[in-house]
Design a protein around this ligand. Structure first.
Ligand code: UD1
Ligand code: MG
Length: 454
């Protein structure tokens, strides 16, 4: 029984192999919305502003550690070299919790949907109970642990494998999440044995051991969908569908219009502002923010991109990492942009590749323009000033700079800088041969007639 301002340490269990995934990748690294499952678990827990964040790794620990620290450098990882059960897994965090005076919240790395509100409710229940477990009423209790309650007191958790027929009839099940004083959990876990059907050290033995000491355990309920765990590729696909449905609703609740929501795909971190309009069949990879009033037209693919207010993108645009579109920009069909800043009001409307570049305000890039940024070994930059007009089908051979207010003639191959205000034409000069078009056509037609007559 504690006040709710106690510091929280998250312990995220992520050591299991997930053999039913049939994968060389550790289960927690399979992705939903472009982020590994374990990252979703971390993100859920971060809403409690934990003082410590500990991830227990085992199978593929080097890969899991790399993914965890890439996402959250403050996270600590501890290894569970043998997977001897959930209780044993939590015990591995003991050293990392040294000197920590507060609550531990145990989460699973393969349970990505638990809501911040639910974790808050668990924390709130600590005001009256020493151990708080998160339960749910299972449509099909199957192999979940059963929560044996008496009023609001949790007497014990029984694993399905170890349960009596009467206990198996209980449909209030264990999600696996548990919150309690860290030192108490560690002390109780030292006494957990493995004399059970699985021969494992169960975290679920903690409430009963607590009760034997006169401590009070309880369970609060959440929606079953929140505790959805992922064990198979089929469950991963279902979880992805659920994630997408949630993100679509969230985007619409925040003021975006999705004309065909079921055809728009989001990443875990997609942000859409107010009055953003998203047409059908748009894919957001990770790292996309779209400011107020922008329009993403049909069949566009965006990742690692910032779209400024009122910009129009697509249809059929491809925005790759590092695309920075200013306010009121226009990016049209079959345009690819990578690592490039497009200044306010600038337009790249048709069939272009703009990579490793910057384009100043109000410049117009003609159809078919390409920044030739790669020489086969190195990448080079193209700098285009403000109010520039790049003629259609210009090849900008980087490194190259085009000054403010300059122009290039259509079809030019530009490989040296163009000073501000100049016009660069770099193509063969046109020659008109008097009457030759008509004479040549007549000759070819005559040849065709002669062939037919043979
Ligand atoms: C566990 C619970 C069960 C609950 C169910 C909910 C126990 C004993 N049982 O069963 O009551 O209904 O979750 O899904 O806790 N892990 C480790 N190291 C280990 C073992 C597991 O890190 O040694 C991790 C797994 O990677 C996974 C989580 O702990 O993320 C749960 O392990 P799992 O084997 O799936 O437990 P269940 O048998 O499903
Ligand atoms: Mg499980």
């Amino acid at each position: 029984m504690q006040d709710q301002s106690r510091p929280i340490a998250l312990v995220i269990l992520a050591a299991g192999q997930g053999s039913r995934m049939q994968s060389d990748l550790p289960k927690v690294l399979h992705e939903i919305g472009g982020a590994p499952l374990v990252v979703h678990g971390i993100e859920a827990g971060l809403s409690l502003e934990p003082a410590r964040l500990i991830v227990v790794t085992g199978h593929g620990s080097d890969l899991v550690e790399a993914a965890v620290s890439a996402h959250n450098p403050a996270a600590q990882t501890v290894q569970q070299t043998e997977q001897l059960g959930t209780g044993h897994a939590v015990l591995q965090a003991k050293e990392a919790l040294d000197g920590f005076d507060g609550d531990v919240l145990v989460l699973y790395g393969d349970t990505p949907f638990v809501r911040a509100e639910t974790l808050e409710a668990m924390r709130a229940a600590r005001a009256t109970h020493d151990i708080v477990v998160l339960g749910f009423n299972a449509a099909d209790p199957g192999r979940y642990g059963r929560l044996i309650m008496e009023g609001d007191a949790l007497l014990k958790i029984v694993e399905a494998k170890d349960a009596s027929p009467e206990e198996l009839d209980v449909d209030f099940c264990n999600s696996g999440l548990l919150c309690a004083d860290a030192a108490t959990v560690m002390r109780l876990l030292e006494n957990v044995g493995n004399e059970n059907a699985s021969g494992e050290y169960y975290l679920t033995d903690v409430p009963e051991l607590a009760k034997a000491e006169g401590l009070r355990a309880t369970a609060i309920a959440c929606d079953e969908a929140e505790t959805l765990g992922i064990n198979t590729r089929g469950e991963l696909a279902k979880a992805e569908a659920l994630f997408q449905a949630n993100k679509r609703n969230e985007a619409m609740e925040n003021g975006a219009t999705l004309t065909a929501p079921d055809t728009v795909f989001f990443a875990f971190d997609t942000y859409l502002g107010r009055d953003v309009m998203v047409e059908p069949n748009v894919v957001f990879g990770s790292g996309v923010t779209v400011e107020n009033g922008a329009r993403i037209r049909a069949f566009s693919h965006l990742e690692g991109t910032h779209v400024g207010a009122r910009a129009v993108v697509g249809p059929y645009a491809r925005l790759r990492p590092g695309a920075e579109l200013g306010n009121d920009t226009k990016i049209g069909n079959f345009v690819e942009i990578k690592a490039a800043e497009i200044g306010e009001g600038a337009k790249v409307n048709h069939l272009s590749y703009i990579g490793d570049a910057s384009i100043g305000e109000a410049s117009n890039i003609g159809a078919g323009t390409i920044t030739c940024n790669y020489d086969g070994v190195f990448k080079h930059r193209t700098e285009i000033g403000a109010d520039v007009f790049i003629g259609s089908n210009t090849m900008l051979v980087a490194p190259v700079t085009i000054g403010d207010g300059a122009m290039t003639g259509s079809g030019s191959v530009i490989n040296s800088d163009v000073p501000a205000g100049d016009m660069a034409i770099a193509r063969a000069k046109q020659v008109n041969k008097k009457g030759l078009g008509a004479r040549l056509m007549a000759k070819l037609r005559a040849q065709k007639q002669a062939k037919k007559g043979q």
